[in-house]
Design a protein around this ligand. Sequence first.
Ligand code: GTP
Length: 292
Amino acid sequence: MLLIFSLALGSVIASILVGDAKHWREIDWLDVLGEGGSAIAVAIWMLLILGSRPAGRVTDLLMLGLGFIFLAMWQDNLDEFIRIPAEQWWDAWLESVAMPVGIALLTYGLFHWHSEQLSINRQLAKRERLFREHRFIDGLTQLGRADYLKEQLQQHLNSTRPMTLMMVDINEFGSFTRRFGHREGDRLVREIAELLLLNLRQSDLICRYAGDRFALLLPDTQGDAALQLAQEIELSVQHFAFKHSQNGETLYQRISIGLTECRSGDQPAQSIERVNQALLTAQRQHGCFLAA
Ligand SMILES: Nc1nc2c(ncn2[C@@H]2O[C@H](COP(=O)(O)OP(=O)(O)OP(=O)(O)O)[C@@H](O)[C@H]2O)c(=O)[nH]1
């Protein structure tokens, strides 16, 4: 942004130095309004993009594209006030080359923005139903709480679709918080929640059941398929390099996972009791355990 505005200022100074000011009667005020207004609108778009997007390649491309378009319009507008000799090649270059270059960069940036947005939408879709029911949301992870799990479980148990309930617990979380503090503990819970979300399909549900415990509801999933998903989740957490926020030290974590198939006719409390029992066995065995 600074570079573009410096170039715009530079072009004003250069135009004044090499050109002659036009008499006010020669100025086409309709052109000034149209071209100047468009340049100001593009500058406002740049400020809006800077204020709403994180830094990165897509933002750079959008800013550069709009920046070139702004420069072309700016120079076009300057010509309304200053007569610049034809041998000043940079004037024609700024007017005619900057615009197509800007449009090409902007299009390329928008294409990447589109891909980025599709990926964000995929992640948001997993949380979408929660946004509609704020009272069930856990403040730390933005996931559903235990009461939301029970409600959803009840709905699923009324249908005949096969389903697995999974309970994930972070091993030795108590000693982690004692050693690294409450704030790091909160960060760990939040980051593991994100990691679990990444491992789920769109139809699955994840809730924060209690402190370091997450419940996952997996429709149309049973037996070995559920166990395989649990093992994949276990491995992804095991390889997740959590960084201490102060000293950057890498802290690896392990989780235990209990699973149970939900039987039609079960009450939510029965499925939850069974999965908590399976989790106890998983914690003893240091891995995943599917209750019979
Ligand atoms: N930072 C943080 N700590 C929490 C939160 N909720 C619970 N805790 C702490 O988490 C710890 C839970 O300890 P435990 O239930 O013994 O869990 P654990 O050490 O993993 O033991 P197991 O579950 O048996 O493996 C307690 O020290 C709680 O104070 C939270 O939201 N944030």
